[in-house]
Design a protein around this ligand. Structure first.
Ligand code: ADP
Length: 490
């Protein structure tokens, strides 16, 4: 099969969170299965250019319609750790992708609507006829709309579209100018409840809704999240749309790329190890302490790695830092926040614990460092308010960092409580709590810390159980192939 991914992220060159990891890992798995896979990305100025090999111009003059004119683009090709990637660079005063950041700009709606149009124009002009176009999140939600409303009539009759929802919180709700910009000119046709009109703000269009309505199949990133967005209130207003299209919606648990995230072969950590040979784990714990000037003491290291966002449970992360320090643990955090107030809050905490030999808060984005933290930690915390899938707990499991998570979304699908899970002990792998409050998280932390100190053998067993879980792309890869087969047959 010939598959083209259109995405705003791909690890490690353009990674903000899990979307980047998923696009890279899924593409590798699809290639291993014999498919031909290409990825189309914006050519951001902040790409990790050191991770792109053989970058060269492949299409010098691509003219992309935009309002009543066209914007001149150059398309580059390069390999990202073996994956074939095309990067689209527009040349205009808008400087859409020269912002030194991936998201968070006032005109994000235009930047990614333009990218979606440019990706289709590129496929048309370079005569690409993929069997599947796979789009992700609101940023590429207009791709299936433009494919079926514009590009089909220009000869792109072949592709089917799979659309993956990674997070319903961000939907790309915007004004009708986007219709004019992208050439979707029939205002009254598109401004309709059954098409692009936002379900609440009737004067706005919703790009994620557009993707759901127009694609041939919609996946989300865990079975539990699929259930939550269909049957609970956690759909940020898209419940009705998902219900209408329920026959083409399904949940496929994300995988983890074990070529990248695997302590047996990880080149970013000083000491490799596995479930059968755990010595290296302790050497990494020591290396983590050395790196952050933490004292060498008989204490577990609890960590948090991730975006510092409302979704991730800022009050609970904060509470956990204080609780862990007071209850015989060391705490390491790696995270950033584009939200000034949240960032200030963590800078305040960092100052508070500056001289504490049991705590380090690293407020930056650092992919290489994250490997050492996974490898050096005893427990990893994911206390999210909601979590579509979550990769940190799955990566943590592979590295023998016992996850402490809230029972929501993909966290509930992947972590099974040491004391309460309805599974035999060898299938339990972490600690789970329900209530989004201090008492909730304490109930899990207390049990985890108690187990580490009082029953170290049981704790090690739990850790090894987690390391033996298979959350690779093998199963999800097959699930996506089944979806592609299904929509190609129709
Ligand atoms: P989300 O997609 O909501 O951000 P996920 O758990 O699905 O959360 O994926 C997070 C990914 O981003 C993981 O690979 C994690 O290691 C990585 N990550 C998050 N924050 C940072 C950071 N500050 N530095 C390095 N890696 C990070």
């Amino acid at each position: 099969m010939y598959i083209v991914m259109v995405s705003s992220e791909c690890a490690p060159v353009a990674k903000v969170g899990g979307l980047g990891d998923v696009v890279f890992g899924l593409c590798r798995e699809l290639e291993v299965r014999g498919n031909s896979v290409e990825i189309i990305l914006p050519k951001y100025d902040c790409l990790r250019y050191d991770q792109i090999f053989g970058l060269q111009i492949t299409h010098k003059d691509l003219w992309v319609p935009w309002y009543n004119q066209s914007i001149h683009c150059t398309v580059y090709f390069g390999f990202v750790h073996g994956r074939k990637c095309f990067f689209i660079e527009p040349h205009s005063d808008h400087n859409f992708f020269h912002r030194r950041m991936f998201y968070g700009q006032g005109d994000d709606d235009q930047r990614f609507a333009f990218f979606s149009r440019a990706a289709l124009e590129f496929m048309l002009k370079s005569n690409k006829h993929p069997d599947i176009i796979h789009c992700h999140d609101w940023q590429t939600g207009l791709v299936p709309v433009m494919l079926y409303e514009i590009y089909k009539h220009l000869g792109m009759t072949h592709p089917r579209v799979c659309y993956t929802l990674h997070n319903l919180q961000h939907q790309g709700v915007t004004g009708e100018h986007i219709l004019r910009a992208t050439g979707l000119n029939r205002h009254s046709y598109f401004f309709h409840q059954d098409r692009l009109q936002d379900n609440f703000n009737h004067a706005a269009i919703n790009q994620m809704k557009a993707g759901i309505v127009y694609s041939n199949f919609v996946t989300t990133v865990s079975p539990r999240y699929a259930w939550e967005i269909m049957h609970s209130g956690q759909n940020y207003g898209l419940g009705h749309t998902l219900h209408v299209h329920r026959n083409k919606v399904g949940g496929i648990l994300n995988g983890v790329d074990y070529e990248v995230w695997n302590p047996e072969i990880d080149r970013h950590i000083p000491s490799q190890y596995s479930a059968d040979k755990l010595d290296g784990k302790f050497a990494n714990k020591k290396a983590l302490r050395d790196r952050f000037w933490l004292r060498d003491a008989f204490k577990p290291i609890v960590t948090y790695i991730g975006r510092l966002d409302h979704q991730k449970g800022v009050p609970l992360i904060t509470h956990a830092i204080h609780y862990c320090i007071q209850h015989g643990c060391q705490f390491v955090l790696l995270g950033t926040s584009p939200d000034g107030r949240i960032a200030n809050h963590f800078w305040g905490l960092k100052r508070q614990y500056n001289d504490n030999p049991d705590c380090h808060l690293e407020l930056s984005f650092n992919e290489e460092l994250s490997h050492l933290i996974y490898a050096g930690s005893d427990m990893i915390l994911v206390p999210s308010l909601f979590e579509p899938c979550g990769l940190t707990q799955m990566i943590g499991l592979k590295y023998g960092a016992v996850p402490i998570v809230r029972a929501t979304g993909g966290l509930a699908d992947t972590v099974f409580d040491a004391n309460h899970a309805p599974k035999p002990y060898h299938e339990r792998n972490g600690y789970v709590f329900n209530d989004f409050n201090a008492a909730g998280i304490e109930s899990a932390l207390q049990r985890a810390i108690g187990m580490w100190y009082s029953y170290p053998n049981h704790f090690s067993e739990l850790m090894v159980n987690g390391m033996r879980y298979d959350y690779s792309w093998k199963n999800p890869g097959q699930d996506y192939m089944n979806v592609y087969d299904l929509i190609c047959e129709k």
